[in-house]
Design a protein around this ligand. Structure first.
Ligand SMILES: NC(=O)c1ccc[n+]([C@@H]2O[C@H](COP(=O)([O-])OP(=O)(O)OC[C@H]3O[C@@H](n4cnc5c(N)ncnc54)[C@H](OP(=O)(O)O)[C@@H]3O)[C@@H](O)[C@H]2O)c1
Length: 369
């Protein structure tokens, strides 16, 4: 059984994601089809069709992420594909040809244990049977690859942590991104009013087309700050301020956001795409450049500031996931579909990763082996 393919490998962590790419620490290499003789009875061999180009794939390659797969490993946290072979105990559930999504919580670089080295930036990946889910009826592999991580994050941040309710107003930063656009989709379906921010008018138009009620353009000042947007947000909320902030951007936008909220609002910390050097590179981690929030605003506005690390929270209490997946499955049955904004062949993976780093597309982006 020989069928040569291609896979990406991270040999060692870079100082930063771009350093890992520039120095070839994350590179493509030939991949032989794994031999079933080397696999176990619960293993499934997946012919990967699409893998999401993820922010975490970049940050993990620089050793800045809180969870690091040990090099050498194949990045690509999330992927979808077709079953090519299944072990004795897996075959009844996953027949050859079944269209599947790999759950990055249980397999690939974000998982713990034996399947950590099998990411989706590859022609072939091996996953344990329990880590696979059926690709929803009528979905493309690209849509499947852009589903779980982004929508689970958005759900955890908006609802499990942020308690967003129908009739409330959410300010969503980084709304053109993979998790941000998922948050726009979910907040709208929950009956909230969405104010979405971003730096680029074209991408903001796409965010509005995806359902945001209002879009607000943000811009940097010469000294690295952000042009104030409080007045605009106050005007959009009748002077009241928003009920919830979903902040996947961090940096100067965060402090300005605390001026855009009503008394008693929830401020959900999702990530910090604008300040990716918060943690030390090359696996040193720590927080030498930590983001800082003003305690006076938090105090006087009676704010709930909520850290919302989806995967860490789920490892700490796996029971929180059942409600989340059930809610997302119900939304999928009701027509929810991820937005796929860009696609490359796997051979152009490095270009795709650089495009992700530059925020060059809307929603999820994928590579196809
Ligand atoms: N809490 C969790 O469990 C969890 C899970 C997954 C990811 N995350 C984090 O969430 C963040 C976003 O991830 P993602 O995959 O959605 O990333 P993404 O697709 O790259 O989106 C991030 C968005 O932030 C905006 N942005 C980027 N750099 C910026 C800057 N310098 N200034 C202002 N805005 C900037 C961009 O929007 P515009 O270009 O339109 O301005 C971009 O679309 C990351 O920090 C990631 O680590 C958190």
């Amino acid at each position: 059984m020989t069928d040569t393919g291609l896979h990406a490998l991270v040999d060692a962590y870079g100082e930063s994601p771009l350093d890992a790419l520039d120095r070839g620490l994350l590179h493509l290499a030939p991949q032989a089809r794994p031999d079933p003789a080397d696999l176990g009875p619960d293993d499934v061999l997946v012919r990967v069709r699409s893998a999401q180009v993820g922010w975490v794939d970049l940050i993990m390659a620089s050793g800045q992420y809180q969870h690091m797969a040990a090099p050498p490993y194949t990045p690509g946290l999330e992927y979808a594909g077709d079953v090519a072979w299944a072990g004795d105990r897996a075959a009844a559930r996953w027949p050859v040809g079944a269209r599947v999504i790999a759950d990055g919580f249980w397999t690939g670089p974000r998982s713990k244990g034996a399947h950590q080295r099998w990411g989706g930036f590859a022609t072939w990946a091996v996953a344990p049977a329990g880590a696979l889910r059926p690709l929803p009826e009528g979905w493309s592999h690209d849509e499947g690859a852009c589903f779980l991580g982004s929508y689970e994050t958005a759900w955890h941040c908006l609802f499990a942590r942020g308690r967003l309710a129908a009739g409330e107003t959410a300010l969503i930063h980084g709304a053109s991104g993979a998790t941000g656009l998922a948050a726009v989709h979910l907040a709208k379906r929950a009956g909230a009013t969405v104010i979405a921010t971003g730096r680029d008018p074209e991408k903001l138009a796409a965010v509005a087309a995806a359902g945001a009620d209002h879009v607000v353009r943000t811009a940097s000042t010469d000294d690295g700050g952000v042009v104030p947007f409080r007045d605009e947000i106050k005007a959009l909320t009748g002077g009241r301020g928003v009920d919830l902030v979903y902040d996947g951007v961090g940096g100067p936008i965060s402090v300005e956001s605390l001026r855009c909220v009503r008394f008693g609002a929830r401020y959900v910390i999702v990530g910090w795409a604008a300040t990716p050097d918060v943690a030390g590179g090359a696996g040193r981690r720590g927080a030498p450049n930590a983001n800082v929030l003003p305690t006076n605003l938090i105090m006087m506005k009676g704010l709930d500031v909520l850290g919302a690390p989806t995967a860490i929270s789920t490892h700490a209490d796996p029971s929180i996931r059942e409600e989340r997946l059930a809610a997302l499955d119900a939304l999928v049955a009701d027509g929810l579909r991820p937005h796929v904004g860009a696609a490359w062949p796997l051979t152009e993976l490095l270009d795709a990763l650089r495009a992700k780093w530059r925020s060059a597309f809307v929603g999820g982006g994928v590579v196809r082996p």
